[in-house]
Design a protein around this ligand. Structure first.
Ligand SMILES: [Fe+2]
Length: 501
């Protein structure tokens, strides 16, 4: 994608590049910035180089354990240490599991179960909408149809969204009483841009009045959204949580060297002073799904597998994870497409029969997807991100490069997988587990293999990236993964830093 620009910049600097090096540069998270940084370092070194090779890039910009991006301010002085010693080894782990679907999923797949699921969704999000100060009561759709010339507030689930040739948008909305067509007129630009973000099966509030032939004319669309999240009690001590996902053990593209570097860092065997200091406060690792590559995920997957047996894939995962110090708790949730669980959300924890080796590790905690946790008082909503494909293709302006923006839209919708009937399977549970009713401090996802971070109204939205190199599927889709990037969150300050392994 960036190859043309890269060549142009190099030519202007009097440099040439080998095909390998060009490929490598073009797959960086921000290739142009990376290249500019590289040229600057090269000039400083006065190397008199004309040909840029892959070795030269790696030599100049060492990838190993370098904190190359800092999301937030660097903390003050780092004390010098002669040997590595954990500062949190003797601190008692403090994990509260607030919501985990494991063992609590009862949906049998009958039609009435789906009715219950959407009823639960409607009721939960209705209450969230009612907490907003700009919504004071609502009228049922059945009642609304009888009221003319009066401003009315209705709350409903989106059945359908249509755009007419004249760029008006119609939203078909239903509640328990009836359904109605809501017209969003094309001349209301701000309203139209909101309507474009409305997702099928989402619960929203619309203000307006009855127009004609049972059509409701909208003058305001309100999403549930969140109020600013005030920090609750923070940890009393600097305790770090490393967020990773999409390790894909068993895949030929699993990046063993990067993962070994990560393990070395957790043991204090690598990194500079600041990174070792961060490791000395590391008490938790959360893995947000796609632990293994799985089997039979796509037709030619066998060619991409190092291990073609699911149990062996989890066994190798356990072999790697057991090299992490035992005082570090490792929390694992599954991902829908690759881990050995059912495809429909929510997912229970990966079953013991496939992943006994992980269950055997004393410091590993296996949970479902999504899970709400509290670690030293800080709430984490951990969700693989299975619905991102649907969300990214449905909301204008979203893309895979910025998963944090998709996460923000889900938080605004107060639902982790609003759309039913596209790629994301939903299980017909009596309760809708995917409503975001509690506002966490951190939402941690994976799935897209691209690292992303954003603070939205005090909630840290983090997509941790992956430990798998470019797959043929991603190449086809033009997705450029950012492997080996690990966001670290400090529970005392809620500051997030990014390590690159
Ligand atoms: Fe993945």
């Amino acid at each position: 994608m960036y190859k043309k620009e890269i060549i142009e910049i190099l030519l202007n600097s009097g440099l040439e590049i080998t095909p390998n090096a060009l490929e490598y540069l073009s797959y960086q998270k921000d290739p142009i910035n990376f290249l500019t940084d590289f040229i600057e370092k090269l000039n400083k070194m006065d190397k008199n180089q004309v040909f840029i090779t892959l070795d030269l890039i790696k030599q100049i910009i060492s990838e190993k354990n370098e904190i190359d991006i800092k999301y937030e301010d660097k903390e003050t002085e780092v004390p010098k240490k002669t040997h590595f010693e954990s500062e949190v080894k003797n601190i008692k782990a403090d994990i509260g599991i607030l919501r985990d679907p494991t063992g609590r999923l009862y949906g049998k797949g009958q039609v009435e179960d789906f009715r219950d699921l959407f009823r639960s969704r409607y009721k939960k999000i209705y209450l969230l909408l009612m907490e907003r100060t700009d919504i004071k009561g609502s009228t049922s759709i059945l009642e609304a149809k009888k009221l003319k010339d009066k401003e009315i507030t209705i709350i409903g689930i989106i059945q359908e969204k249509r755009e007419t040739n004249s760029k008006n948008i119609y939203l078909e909305i239903e509640d328990f009483s009836d359904n109605i067509s809501v017209l969003v007129p094309n001349k209301e630009k701000e309203l139209i841009s909101k309507a474009l973000k409305v997702l099928p099966d989402e619960v929203i509030c619309v203000k307006g009045n009855m127009w004609k032939n049972d059509i409701f004319m909208a003058n305001e669309i309100i999403f549930p959204d969140i109020p600013r999240r005030n920090h609750n009690k923070l940890a009393e001590f600097p305790i770090n949580v490393a967020l990773i996902s999409d390790t894909h053990f068993g895949s030929k593209q699993f990046l063993e060297e990067k993962f070994r570097n990560f393990i070395d860092w957790t043991n204090g065997r690598s990194g500079n002073e600041e990174q070792k200091e961060m490791a000395s406060h590391l008490k938790y690792i959360i893995i947000a799904g796609d632990i293994v590559d799985g089997i039979g995920v796509y037709p030619s997957q066998r060619d991409d597998l190092e291990l073609t047996d699911i149990k062996s894939q989890y066994e190798i995962a356990a072999n790697f994870l057991k090299q992490i110090p035992e005082y570090i708790k490792i929390i694992i949730i599954p991902g829908g497409a690759h881990d050995a669980i059912r495809k429909a959300l929510p997912h229970p924890a990966i079953p013991k029969k496939y992943a006994m080796d992980l269950y055997d590790l004393q410091n590993v905690i296996m949970l479902g997807n999504p899970t709400l946790l509290e670690i030293h008082g800080i709430q984490f909503l951990v969700y693989h991100g299975d619905s991102f494909d649907d969300i990214i293709s449905s909301i204008p302006g979203l893309n895979y490069e910025h998963p944090e923006k998709a996460m923000q839209e889900l938080l605004i919708a107060r639902h982790l997988a609003p759309i039913y009937g596209q790629k994301t399977g939903l299980s017909p549970e009596i309760e809708d587990w995917l409503v975001i009713d509690e506002i966490p401090n951190v939402i941690h996802c994976g799935h897209v293999h691209i690292n992303g971070y954003k603070d939205y109204k005090g909630v840290k939205l983090i997509n941790s990236g992956c430990f798998q190199s470019l797959t043929s599927f991603q190449k086809e889709k033009g997705i450029r993964p950012t492997p080996g990037m690990v966001p670290i969150i400090n529970l005392q300050t809620l500051k997030v830093k990014l390590l690159t392994f």
